[in-house]
Design a protein around this ligand. Sequence first.
Ligand code: SF4
Length: 249
Amino acid sequence: MLLRLQNSIIYGPIASRRLGRSLGVNLLPFYQKTCTLDCLYCQYGWSRFSNLETAKYPSVTEILSALEQALKNLPVPPDYITFSGNGEPTLHPEFGSIVEEVKQLRDSLAPIARVAVLSNSTTVTRDSIRAALEKLDDRIMKLDAGNAASFEIYNRPYPSFEFNRIVKGLASLSDVTIQALFTGGKDGNYSPGSILDWVDKIVEIKPRKVQIYTLARGYPAPTIENLSRTELNHIRQRLSAEHIAATVY
Ligand code: SF4
């Protein structure tokens, strides 16, 4: 079953496989997926790129006030305050100032929490977004494909986003974490050639670590399939051979 879209700015804390108790911050319109990719495995179903033109984002004041209220109401501070939600968080036109203000709020109300983003990486080509990303405690950036052809089939980008520029942008970030979702099936990204190309790109990016996983929720494409733990471990071993730390979730 597909996941229901968020109808609020703050959601959770949720028990995240990768982030512990994570308080989600949705910078995107409610009940509407707003994303520059249309991944075959998206837990929210297919994207409508027309949403990119019409999106009405919550204001900075609304976001800070919702977060302040949530942090004050929580009996225990979260492990993470995570920008995620109904699509790609860095699309918010004021993402840079939101990052700074949220960190200040964290410092005063939940100093043990880390501030992170789960991003699809498409906007990493922009200087202003890279500068904002560098201010976060953790940048968890998607890269599932090893070449432009696979990116087109698997992640189905909005036409203006180019695979090689995204890889260059990721390589220029410091201390980045890469997240990658692998699947089998006709349109999956688990073929020997795809894995070979993907490992080459990871070596070029030099991430601090890599998170590898497969389907855990509903997804819209009938042409992909879950992978086994053994297959995911095979990918991890390919990275280990290149001295890159990776975890299978
Ligand atoms: S980047 Fe995330 S939200 Fe966007 S289509 Fe892919 S999985 Fe869905």
